[in-house]
Design a protein around this ligand. Structure first.
Ligand code: SF4
Length: 272
C-alpha cells in the first residue's frame, strides 16, 4: 500500500492501541462505533456538540442568548463560561480551525475549538483553547495525552503560516505555543500547558517515529491484532477479529472522534 493518510489524534491513538483497529477504522473505513451508543452517552455527546456550536458562534461574533439554547445543561455551561471563562489573549480569533502539517508523505491534522494567533512583546504566539464538557482531568494527565502532544507540535511546526499579517516561515517557536483546557465541570480552574523547545524536540521525534511505524505497516500490509484483550473490551470491531469472548465495556465516542469521522468525509486521503 502506498497511501498518503490524514493522521489525526484519534488515528494515532488507534494505531498505538491496536494496529488492526487502525486498519479497520482508517483504511477499511468501518464505522465506529458500529453499535449505537447507550442513551446517556448519546445525550452527553449531543450536549457537548451543541455547546461547541454555541462557543463557535460566540467567537465568530454572532452571539447567542441563553434563552435561544433549548438544553438547560448547555445553557448553564454557557453562563458559566460567561462568568468564569479563561482569559483570551488579544489576537486573531480562529474558532473551529483546522491545521494540517506534512510529515513524510502524510498529513497530520489538528482541529482546534479556538485558536488565537497574534504577537505579544514583539514575538508571534499561538494559543489553543479546548472546551470540555466531560469529566475534568488532571494537568499531569493532559500533558501526556495525544491531543495535547499533537496539537502543540502542529502549531510549532506549522503555526507560523497562520498569522494574518504573514508569518516569517511555517514554524513557530515552541515556547510561544500553549493550550488551555476549559472544563465546564470546573470553570474556575482552566488547565494551561505551555510548550518548550526541549519538549518539542522529543515530542516531534516521537510523532515521526509513529508515522515511520505506520509507513512500515502500510508497506508490509501488516496489521496484527493487539495482545491486550482489555483494548478489545472497548472495541467495536470484535466480530471482525474473533474477539467476542473479550467481553464488553460500554462503547463511547468523544467530540474529537466524531469530528474525525466528519473530517474523513470531507478530506479524503490522497493516493499518488
Ligand atoms: S477487537 Fe481487539 S484486536 Fe480487534 S481491532 Fe479491536 S482492539 Fe484490535
Amino acid at each position: 500500500m502506498s497511501q498518503s493518510l490524514l493522521l489525526s489524534q484519534g488515528k494515532l491513538e488507534a494505531f498505538l492501541a491496536c494496529r488492526r483497529r487502525f486498519y479497520l477504522r482508517s483504511l477499511r473505513r468501518l464505522p465506529w462505533p458500529a453499535a449505537p451508543l447507550g442513551d446517556e452517552s448519546e445525550e452527553a455527546l449531543a450536549r457537548g456538540q451543541q455547546f461547541h456550536r454555541v462557543m463557535e458562534r460566540h467567537f465568530l461574533g454572532l452571539g447567542i442568548a441563553p434563552e435561544e439554547i433549548d438544553d438547560g445543561r448547555v445553557q448553564h455551561w454557557q453562563r458559566q463560561f460567561q462568568a468564569s471563562g479563561p482569559a483570551i489573549p488579544d489576537g486573531q480569533l480562529l474558532p473551529e480551525h483546522r491545521l494540517t502539517v506534512p510529515v513524510g508523505r502524510h498529513l497530520l491534522l489538528g482541529r482546534f475549538d479556538l485558536l488565537v494567533v497574534g504577537e505579544a512583546d514583539g514575538r508571534a504566539f499561538a494559543h489553543i483553547f479546548d472546551w470540555k464538557t466531560g469529566k475534568a482531568r488532571r494537568e499531569a494527565d493532559l500533558r501526556q495525552n495525544w491531543q495535547t502532544r499533537l496539537y502543540l507540535a502542529l502549531l510549532a511546526e506549522g503555526g507560523g503560516a497562520l498569522r494574518a499579517q504573514g508569518g516569517n516561515g511555517r514554524s513557530l517557536s515552541p515556547d510561544r505555543v500553549s493550550i488551555t483546557y476549559w472544563y465546564a465541570a470546573e470553570p474556575d480552574t482552566p488547565r494551561t500547558i505551555r510548550y518548550t523547545s526541549a519538549w518539542h524536540a522529543q515530542n516531534w521525534a516521537d510523532i515521526q517515529a509513529i508515522v515511520a511505524q505506520i509507513d512500515a505497516a502500510l508497506s508490509q500490509d501488516n496489521w496484527p491484532l493487539t495482545d491486550d484483550w482489555d483494548e478489545c473490551r472497548r472495541c467495536a470491531y470484535q466480530v471482525y477479529c474473533g474477539r467476542q469472548t473479550a467481553g464488553h465495556d460500554p462503547l463511547t465516542a468523544t467530540e474529537e472522534e466524531e469530528s474525525d469521522e466528519l473530517t474523513d468525509l470531507s478530506l479524503e486521503p490522497q493516493t499518488p
